[in-house]
Design a protein around this ligand. Structure first.
Ligand code: C5P
Length: 239
């Protein structure tokens, strides 16, 4: 099956467990268990709770996106990718800004792994706009920078990317149907934008070609996270 085929709304929603400890994460998982398949473990939770939280989520039958956004010299990233692969996660992030050699080393590190995670290269963080890019010396517009980094990733053998909904249609044209495109910065109507800059609604992101949507605060900080998920899944199903 192609990575993007025959998936229901539930298969395409990834809830970001951006909370401070395992107890808070599992309290959320308890409330969402029936309706959510995927959970994302990011830096805050992983640093606090470690591999045990990944193991717990897997034992409970969930798919895990380990969002460590690895960015270091190729040898170090390759080692970290091997360690992460041994946890049985299905998606794992590295930073495309680490360059082609780093991305190739990350991909090659998975060569002997029986069920390797899909590597996703983070292009431009959805919290960055052109002014913030310019301040770090990147004078291209976000969309151009995203394309440059995605082409570098493809050259390194990686066909999975994290980008905003603003660039996802263009990346879909570049990656073709096999590309796994993950879009954070999703904001259902009426929810706070927070620190995100390049945002879109759930249905719009899917219509533009996203494989998965990552949604954190609009669910985790809702008065009823389960109700927020139900509304988002409904909107996704209509896309
Ligand atoms: O709370 P919110 O919906 O903004 O959460 C978005 C999640 O996606 C966060 O966990 C953040 O780390 C992650 N992310 C992002 N932008 C990227 C890559 C990941 O916002 N480019």
């Amino acid at each position: 099956m192609k990575p993007n085929e025959n998936k229901t709304a539930r298969d395409k929603l990834i809830v970001a467990l951006d909370v401070a400890d395992a107890a808070s994460a599992l309290a959320l998982v308890d409330r969402l268990e029936g309706s959510v398949r995927w959970f994302k473990v990011g830096l805050e939770l992983y640093i606090a709770a470690g591999p045990t939280i990944v193991e717990t989520l897997r034992k409970r039958g969930h798919s895990v996106f380990l969002d460590l956004k690895l960015h270091d010299i190729p040898n170090t990233v390759a080692g970290a990718v091997r360690s992460a692969a041994s946890l049985g996660v299905e998606l794992l992030t590295i930073h495309a800004l680490g360059g082609r050699a780093m991305m190739s080393a990350a991909q090659e590190a998975l060569a002997g792994v029986a069920t390797p995670p899909r590597l996703l290269a983070v292009t431009v963080l959805t919290s960055m706009d052109s002014a913030q890019l310019a301040a770090i010396g990147v004078t291209r517009e976000p969309a151009q920078q995203v394309e440059l980094l995605a082409r570098l990733g493809l050259a390194a053998g990686i066909n999975g990317f994290v980008c905003s909904a603003e660039e996802v249609a263009h990346l879909r044209a570049i990656t073709g149907p096999d590309g796994v495109l993950v879009t954070p910065g999703i904001r259902p109507a009426g929810s706070a934008i927070g620190d995100q800059k390049r945002v879109a609604g759930p249905a719009e992101a899917l219509r533009r070609g996203a494989s998965y949507l990552v949604i954190g605060r609009p669910i985790t900080q809702a008065a009823s996270p389960a109700q927020a998920v139900a509304e988002i899944l409904k909107e996704m199903a209509e896309a």
